[in-house]
Design a protein around this ligand. Structure first.
Ligand code: NAD
Length: 369
């Protein structure tokens, strides 16, 4: 008879699969499931420097197609990633992805105002959708994206990579579990000093300024650290309109969110100063992250009585990008709703619209809860 100890040893060894797998499953386990194919739309900085290289590391996904308006980029990245010319598309022939069975998922990495259109066309072509943040530039667009994916029977996920990053996952667990006492206050700031001459500063393409681009991390973190939806929003904008960068979009927008449990989140969004942090303050101490939502190098301190102590986690088998990219194929296979679903993107846009309204009208705006 197995003691618990022996059983653990056996499970940790090569016999583990045989012990837990049903009869006849051994062959299937040796033959991994087909990796689902991503088409990346928009070959800009984020797609080419962060997403495409990480697709090589995925367990459940691979890069199979490219969509770009620039033939030279299709040529360059097509050659680099071994994408045949039959799987390279311009925006004009984008809808032909419908006829390509290798493409399971379309990853939209375009300027914000193009997210809705390209996501909806992907769903209409019978593909699942991964769309970058912000999901779109209005609540109405987000709702149309959700409806299109639902109608097509396809999944929709938003590129909220921090939901797959181990320090953030731990912070969520600790904050929601009351590790430093029930959360009373969250302070969070996200920003950078933006360089001129780019679509982010052109409202028709960006849909807004720092809030749409970087302040959304403050908002999203406040929502995932509490697990609640804000019921009240109060915002102040401060933008130097003489600065040529800010002709059509805001620079700084500071906002307070009130959550149903009484937690207040005090949030900064900036295009003229560098920030990347959050602090969850409870009755017994705090959880501090800085950088909190960066690509790498996350650092966490916890104070629970006494001095703050740095908490270090082991390097995960999959970094946040790989885990995010693998999550959608896993959900497609299991039928589960992605952690960072279209509904999550929509909820952020609802609050973003309320933040802009509060700043514009100079008053607190109530939300549905
Ligand atoms: P980028 O400017 O580097 O790339 C945008 C791409 O869109 C370029 O290839 C450009 O050629 C193409 N494009 C097509 N039509 C265009 C048009 N009319 N005007 C301008 N460009 C056009 O931008 P990026 O930094 O790669 O951002 C793309 C998206 O990814 C944005 O929605 C951004 O919010 C998101 N993003 C997410 C993260 C993250 O960490 N999740 C990081 C960076 C960017």
């Amino acid at each position: 008879m197995d003691s618990g100890h022996n059983r653990r040893e056996i499970l940790a060894g090569i016999g583990a699969a045989a012990l837990v797998a049903p009869a006849g499953a051994a062959c299937a386990q040796q033959r991994p499931a087909r990796k689902l194919g991503y088409a990346v739309v928009g070959l800009g900085n984020y797609a080419t420097n962060q997403i495409m290289p990480r697709l090589k590391e995925c367990e459940h996904a691979r890069l199979v197609a490219l969509v770009s308006g620039t033939p030279a980029k299709l040529e360059r990245y097509g050659a680099e990633y071994g994408i045949p010319t039959t799987h390279r598309y311009s925006y004009r022939d984008y809808d032909r992805i419908r006829d390509n069975p290798d493409i399971d998922i379309v990853y939209v990495v375009l300027p914000n105002s193009m997210h809705a259109e390209y996501s909806i066309r992907a769903a209409q072509a019978g593909k699942h959708v991964m769309c970058e943040k912000p999901m779109a530039i209005s609540v109405v667009e987000c709702e149309a994206m959700i409806a299109a994916c639902r109608k097509a029977g396809k999944k929709l996920m938003i590129g909220y990579r921090s939901r797959f990053e181990p320090y953030n996952r731990l912070a969520i667990e600790l904050a929601r579990g009351g590790h430093v006492g029930p959360t009373r206050l969250i302070t969070t700031a996200h920003g950078f000093n933006i360089r001129p001459d780019q679509w982010r500063l052109d409202r028709p393409l960006s849909g807004g300024g720092s809030l749409m681009d970087i302040g959304i991390y403050s908002l999203n973190a406040a929502r995932y650290l509490t697990g609640e939806e804000p019921v009240e929003v109060s915002a102040i904008e401060s933008t130097d309109r003489a600065d040529p960068r800010f002709r059509t979009v805001e620079d700084r927008i500071d906002f307070l969110l009130r959550f149903p449990s009484g937690v207040i989140a005090n949030c900064v969004s900036s295009y003229s100063s560098g920030h990347n942090d959050y602090r969850v303050i409870g009755g017994e101490g705090f959880i501090h992250m800085e950088p909190a939502t960066a690509y790498s190098g996350h650092r966490m301190w916890i104070r629970k009585g006494g001095e703050p102590r740095q908490r270090e986690l082991p390097t995960p088998a999959k970094n946040q990008f790989v885990a995010q990219l693998d999550h959608l194929p896993e959900c497609i296979r299991s039928g589960a709703e992605p952690i960072a679903s279209g509904d999550e993107g929509l909820k952020d846009l609802r609050v973003i619209e309320a933040i802009y309204r509060s700043a514009r009208e100079g008053r607190t705006v109530k939300l549905g809860g």
